[in-house]
Design a protein around this ligand. Structure first.
Ligand code: G3P
Length: 508
């Protein structure tokens, strides 16, 4: 029976899952957590070698698992990679070694650089953040790779030297993994896919090529960039370990992969993935919809070099699950993240606390890197359970912000929202989400949609074709219906909006 593997490289862990191509069942997986490194306030890094070694370990451990299940690992016909997007890696083509830690998508070190650019960039609307949006689909923000890469070239001697001697290589995590697994310094493929490239701010959203104007704007040389390819084709074959010879034939940003895994393949369908951040993608078909309300235009997928690209509007939220990690690790308010549901359930009635967790500023629809985190409404009676509840509610309010922006951009109201990702195990969060947005929240019982999407891309690539998109991946789901009145919902949301105003006003 043909099997398809999926590497799911997220912000906080690496996983490798194996699916049966005939029915999309997960047969086994292995997962390893990945550390975040905080060298200075606002700086967030990861070790590219730790990520690569974790991938290698997950691949071999999963093969052992298969053997224990008496399943033949040589039945794995293809592997796909779904990865955290924007996170920037630079390495040497001569030694294969990284020249710096990976700079995480959440990193804010380029905030001043953004200010410089904005003050020198005047466009006719006087709205400088959108100066490059026509070309890239994105606002100028520390979130995207271009500024991280520029910072590395300007501030790290080894990176500059490698650029001058022609050995510098740049990639997002997908490129770093594909290059290493397909041979590294011995001929590894330096590739990325259109979805990951669309998050660098260097790719033209219409031509799907590196854009000369954007490269010139950020002063980035063309020859350090990976080749942009579709999301479903053979990029190369694994050259090491127990899976040597298996083709890598799927590559997608993790959020785009979840869109496919949730089967949002029709224009007008949307999903939200609750991980470290939370990302709501709305399929706009083959049309590039430009947002006037703070959303990003991004490539959703391109299922093969000859297929037409499909686009999405995206609402990106920097801090979702990350706020619970903060309560656990920095304030010791939680022993385990999973405890928060029980703790919050004990709070009777309403919560007066509003928490705006703007640790990386506020992304969509505000795009304010200077937004400050605030907790409003604390009294001498405030309990930690109320802070935890406010943290959960902050995720739901941010999703409502995005839905309102999407409605303005598309003129359409979503009748339901598909939800996936680690946080969706929290029933209470799902119910709060339905209450705050006033629409049903649909959660698939099969939660591996991120891995599933890229497995589908890998298994259906030209030269593989073992995955039939007609397989019924519409798994059973739970639905959470709104349970409060429109009036209560609006009162609650207006408190959030006031707190966001304070967060935007407050200057540290
Ligand atoms: O854009 C960043 C995003 O891809 C990270 O996803 O699942 O690691 O929070 P996640």
């Amino acid at each position: 029976m043909p099997l398809v593997g999926a590497i799911d490289e997220g912000t906080s862990s690496v996983r490798f899952l194996v699916f049966a191509a005939e029915n999309a069942e997960v047969l086994t997986y292995h997962q390893i957590p990945i550390k975040l490194i905080y060298p200075k306030e606002g700086w967030v890094e990861q070790d590219p070698i730790e990520i690569l070694e974790a991938v290698r370990e997950c691949l071999s451990q999963t093969v052992v698992n298969l053997q224990q299940l008496t399943i033949d690992p040589s039945d794995i016909v293809a592997i796909g990679i779904a990865n955290q997007r924007e996170t920037t890696v630079v390495w040497s083509s001569i030694t294969g070694e990284p020249l710096y830690n990976a700079i995480s998508w959440m990193d804010m070190r380029t905030a001043d650089l953004v200010d410089d650019i904005l003050s020198n960039t005047i466009n006719s609307n006087n709205n400088n953040e959108i100066y490059l949006k026509e070309l890239s689909g994105l606002p100028i923000s520390p979130y995207f790779s271009a500024l991280k890469l520029k910072w590395l070239i300007d501030n790290v001697d080894n990176v500059k030297k490698a650029m001058l001697n022609g050995s510098l290589m740049f990639g997002t995590i997908d490129s770093w993994l594909i290059w290493n697994l397909t041979g590294g310094i011995n001929g590894g493929a330096h590739s990325t896919d259109v979805t990951n490239a669309s998050r660098t701010m260097l790719m033209n959203i219409s031509t799907l090529q590196w854009d000369p104007t954007l490269l010139l704007f950020f002063d980035i040389p063309y020859d350090i960039l990976p080749q942009i390819r579709s999301s479903s084709e053979i990029y190369g074959h694994i050259q090491e370990g127990l899976l040597k010879g298996v083709p890598i034939s799927g590559c997608l940003g993790d959020q785009q992969s979840a869109l496919i895994g949730e089967m949002c393949l029709q224009r007008g369908q949307a999903k939200s993935t609750y991980g470290t951040g939370c990302f709501l993608l709305y399929n706009t078909g083959e049309t590039i919809v430009k947002s006037n309300n703070g959303l990003i235009t991004t490539v959703a997928y391109q299922m093969g070099p000859k297929s037409r690209p499909v686009y999405a509007l995206e609402g990106s939220i920097a801090i979702a699950g990350g706020v619970l990690d903060w309560l656990k690790d920095n304030l010791n308010m939680l022993d385990e993240i999973k405890d928060c549901e029980k703790i919050v359930e004990q709070i009777p009635g309403d919560n007066r606390i509003i928490f705006v967790p703007a640790f990386a500023g506020l992304y969509a629809p505000y795009w304010r890197k200077d937004a400050t985190s605030i907790i409003c409404g604390i009294t001498e009676d405030t309990k930690k359970s109320q802070i935890i509840k406010a943290a959960l509610q902050s995720v739901c309010f941010q999703i409502r912000d995005i839905l309102e922006a999407m409605e303005k951009d598309t003129g359409l109201t979503l009748t339901k929202l598909l939800a996936d990702g680690a946080m969706t195990n929290n029933q209470l969060l799902m119910q709060m989400q339905a209450d705050i947005c006033g629409i049903p929240i649909v959660r698939p019982l099969m939660s591996e949609t991120t891995a599933l999407g890229v497995a589908m891309a890998a298994g259906s690539a030209e030269g593989i074709k073992k995955w039939d998109f007609k397989i019924d991946t519409t798994v059973p789901s739970d639905t959470f219906l709104p349970s409060i009145s429109d009036n209560d919902r609006d009162i609650l949301y207006s408190k959030w909006k006031k707190a966001v105003d304070k967060s935007l006003e407050y200057q540290q």
